[in-house]
Design a protein around this ligand. Structure first.
Ligand SMILES: [Zn+2]
Length: 84
């Protein structure tokens, strides 16, 4: 019966390894969450851009705030974080 027992042990070990991998993955996901920069928010209306950085600001600004300031003028300020 010793063989069967060691097989079970190996199985348990393998299962433990899988669990460890799982934890590591979750840990890495947490790390990525911390490293990911904060989402950009439209300074005019508070709209949160869901893509990377300012993805979508072009269309958003042109359709909603073009009358406040033209997108061409506002974009360099937004990118530099100087539009408030
Ligand atoms: Zn907006």
């Amino acid at each position: 019966m010793t063989d069967q027992k060691s097989q079970l042990d190996r199985f348990k070990e393998a299962a433990r390894e899988l669990e460890t991998d799982d934890d590591e993955e979750r840990f890495n996901e947490c790390l990525r969450g911390i490293v990911t920069p904060a989402k950009k928010v439209c300074p005019e209306c508070g709209h949160v851009f869901k893509g990377n950085g300012w993805d979508g600001i072009d269309a958003h600004w042109r359709s909603k705030h073009e009358d406040v300031m033209s997108y061409e003028k506002v974009w360099p300020l937004l990118r530099a974080g100087r539009y408030h």
